[in-house]
Ligand binder design. Structure first.
Ligand SMILES: [Zn+2]
Ligand SMILES: [Zn+2]
Ligand SMILES: [Zn+2]
Length: 325
């Protein structure tokens, strides 16, 4: 019994000493992010660039799906570029995200039942525009749909435009249309707050604001924002590596170009040369080189066996080929 008690005491003392050392470390060397929470935030943000011409984008709470590919876990900034006339839209299904549209053109005027951008309930989106952007919806829909419970906060950087359009539908000799930006009850939206922002909003259907002005846009309910926002204070993404440029996560501009790959062992007849950092193929594998020599004829002369010694790697290869008549 006594022995057991002594063991317990020693164990207890060791535990207190360990606790004291840990506490001393925490006090003397606080975690960097804890001491200066903004430092990491300013420079470390990752981003992914998605080209809308190659497929639709679905952003979920903790990742994204691009085109027909499997979903990818991701929490950084989405830089979306390119131009598309397909039913390739962008849908944010949930979570809190920053999206940058840089010269993005989605024109679905000839299509039905599609929206360039949908923000679903429970999603909170900071949307930054740079350059000239177009979000034209399919027939009867809106350029942007913000569902109930969603939050969309739009900002613009540099000089450019945002054009949004709901293509009208004809029904019983009347033109019906949605707003260029459809905001459901219980949703929240804010537009770029540039001082010299030129905002023109027109509605169609039963909610027409100014019929004359709608006609100047061929009957299409249209919202165009011209922005000119002084922007020199770039917010940098993570340091460039061999797969990513360093960009501004506000406007999408490339600040420092990506580095070149770090070449691994030279390509051989069987192995390509790859980057030792990211694994990208720098030089395809070489093909064996040499002269095939006939060894023998088999199957009553229908086939011949040949061998070759590769002049690069020295390997001896053999094959059987049909003899042409
Ligand atoms: Zn910037
Ligand atoms: Zn690389
Ligand atoms: Zn070879």
């Amino acid at each position: 019994m006594i022995k057991k008690f002594r063991q317990f005491c020693i164990f207890d003392t060791v535990r207190w000493i360990a606790l004291f050392i840990v506490a001393a470390f925490v006090i003397l060397f606080p975690v960097r992010g804890y001491a200066n929470p903004e430092a990491d935030d300013e420079t470390e943000q990752e981003y992914v660039e998605l080209d809308i011409s190659k497929g639709k984008v679905l952003i979920t709470e903790d990742g994204y799906c691009y085109g027909d590919n499997a979903s990818v876990p991701f929490t950084g900034v989405y830089l979306i570029t390119g131009r598309s006339n397909e039913a390739y839209g962008i849908e944010v299904a949930g979570g809190k995200h920053t999206l940058v549209f840089n010269d993005l053109v989605i024109d679905q005027r000839t299509l039905h039942d599609c929206f360039p951008l949908i923000i679903d309930k429970d999603a909170t989106v900071d949307l930054n525009f740079h350059g000239d952007n177009v979000l034209y919806a399919g027939s009867g829909n809106s350029g942007i749909l913000v569902n109930s419970g969603a939050v969309l906060d739009m900002d613009a950087y540099g000089s450019g435009t945002i054009s949004m359009l709901s293509y009208p539908v004809m029904k019983d000799d009347h033109v019906y249309g949605e707003r260029a930006v459809a905001v459901a009850d219980g949703a929240s939206i804010s537009y770029p707050t540039a001082a010299d922002c030129d905002l023109v909003e027109m509605y169609a259907g039963m909610d027409r604001k100014d019929f004359g002005r709608i006609l100047t846009y061929s009957g299409q309910p249209f919202l165009r924002i011209e922005f000119s926002v002084e922007h020199t204070d770039h917010k940098l993404s993570a340091e460039p590596d061999c797969t990513h440029d360093q960009i501004c996560t506000l406007c999408g501009e490339v600040i420092r170009e990506k580095k070149s790959h770090t070449p691994g062992a030279a390509a051989t007849c069987t192995q390509p040369q790859v980057c030792t950092v990211c694994g990208a193929v720098i030089r395809e594998k070489l093909d064996h080189r040499g002269v095939w020599k006939v060894v023998e004829y088999v199957d009553y002369g229908l086939y011949r066996r040949e061998t070759m010694t590769c002049s690069i790697c020295g390997e001896t290869l053999s094959r059987t080929v049909a003899v042409e008549k």
